[in-house]
Design a protein around this ligand. Structure first.
Ligand SMILES: Cc1cc2nc3c(=O)[nH]c(=O)nc-3n(C[C@H](O)[C@H](O)[C@H](O)COP(=O)(O)OP(=O)(O)OC[C@H]3O[C@@H](n4cnc5c(N)ncnc54)[C@H](O)[C@@H]3O)c2cc1C
Length: 346
């Protein structure tokens, strides 16, 4: 039963377009390789439950998102010049999406967007030194009267050292949902920041680690949490990141830094059409979220297959492509999310 995981992921992406033989082969093999030992030992796939799927497919409107012209111009610019010169615009575009979806309170959204309109730069801090499970995160909030005492120890935020403000996700002891805060420049300035690793994309992006303690008020807490904001952010950001990354591959090819086989070219054309279809989603639901996880998983695995085939000559380009397989969802993380609703433990 567990070796049918490939069928599940293929069905999810096939619901948005055509999946040719090369992409199918890559995804099927990757699914078996990504099974962890717990899944193999304890897991069994549920039989498909039509009623459950239909319920999950019923979504609600994705609502307001930034102007699509902006992402189209980033995609076009990346095709001409690579992702590097456009990465900061992409980060800002995603930051605006995160700000717009992290709270339903219009005034708080306006305050965050006001920072960007003033020309300030924001980063998003999620990855925690405590590891992937929120239960072991070091970053947390303790609320005493109106004081929110935050301990922050975050890793690998894009432009975290160079930027002015942040949206940070921390553990909220006693709740299974994280808390999300907006850190304005005066608060963000007080934290310790260090560059992490070498820069990416021809020196255009630097990841950074951020650490320290800061006291905030309830005004700085972005109310939200739960399925809706996260689902919305992922549903909007992931297909757009995939689309921009695909333009970067086109640019690398034009520069002679990437030599693709005919099979890989076909698989990339398939993924491009799938990402474009997902960019047109105007409804979100657990089912559409699974389709987004399946898209990122398939894209990651195709990139990995391209790198492994020896098609990318320069080491920094190989590192950049591997970085894209982790950003906004590693394969393991996407696979876990898809299978979490389909595997029962024995
Ligand atoms: C270019 C770039 C930009 C980034 N920007 C940001 C940013 O702006 N903000 C931010 O917060 N983070 C950022 N990150 C970090 C990124 O989000 C994480 O690296 C990514 O989400 C993967 O994290 P993960 O913990 O899910 O790692 P994974 O690699 O998915 O691993 C999760 C855990 O599961 C284990 N595991 C992995 N695979 C398996 C397997 N097959 N079986 C069993 N166990 C497994 C791992 O050991 C690990 O402990 C960026 C990363 C890169 C490369």
């Amino acid at each position: 039963m567990i070796d049918h995981t490939g069928r599940i992921v293929i069905e999810l992406i096939e619901s948005c377009g055509t999946v040719g033989s090369k992409l199918r082969e890559i995804v099927e093999k990757a699914c078996v390789r990504t099974l962890d030992s717990r899944m193999i030992i304890e897991g069994e796939l549920r039989d498909r439950d039509g009623k459950r799927d239909a319920a999950a497919a019923k979504g609600y409107p994705i609502g307001e998102i930034p102007d699509s012209g902006e992402i189209e111009s980033i995609i076009e610019g990346t095709r001409r010049e690579g992702i590097g010169p456009h990465f900061n615009s992409l980060i800002t575009y995603f930051w605006v999406i995160i700000a717009m979806t992290s709270t339903a309170e219009k005034q708080k959204v306006e305050e965050l967007l006001g920072l960007i309109r003033r020309g300030l730069k924001g980063c998003f801090l999620m990855t925690d030194r405590g590891g992937p499970s929120m239960n072991t995160w070091i970053s947390q909030t303790i609320v005493k009267d109106d004081d929110h005492l935050l301990t922050i120890d975050k890793l690998h935020g894009m432009n975290a050292v160079q930027c002015d403000c942040a949206i940070v996700v921390v553990r909220n002891p006693g709740s299974f949902l994280p808390a999300v805060y907006g850190l304005k420049p005066e608060k963000y300035a007080g934290l310790e920041k260090h560059a992490a690793g070498d820069a990416w994309f021809d020196g255009h992006v630097q990841l950074g680690n951020v650490k320290g303690k800061v006291t905030l008020s309830s005004n700085e807490k972005l109310i939200g949490g739960g399925f809706a904001p996260v689902a919305k952010q992922l549903s909007i950001c992931r297909p757009r990141l995939v689309r921009v990354a695909l333009s970067h591959l086109q640019w690398l090819t034009g520069c002679g830094r990437l030599r693709l086989s005919g099979f890989h070219q076909q698989a990339l054309a398939d993924i491009t059409a799938l990402a474009e279809a997902q960019m047109r989603f105007d409804v979100i639901s657990p089912y559409t979220l699974d389709r987004v996880h399946a898209l990122k998983f398939s894209f990651n695995e195709l990139l990995l297959d391209i790198v492994l085939s020896g098609a990318v000559s320069d080491l920094p380009d190989r590192r950049d492509l591997l970085g894209l397989t982790k950003m906004e969802g590693s394969s393991y993380r996407c696979f876990l999310e898809i299978m979490a609703r389909r595997m029962v433990r024995k």
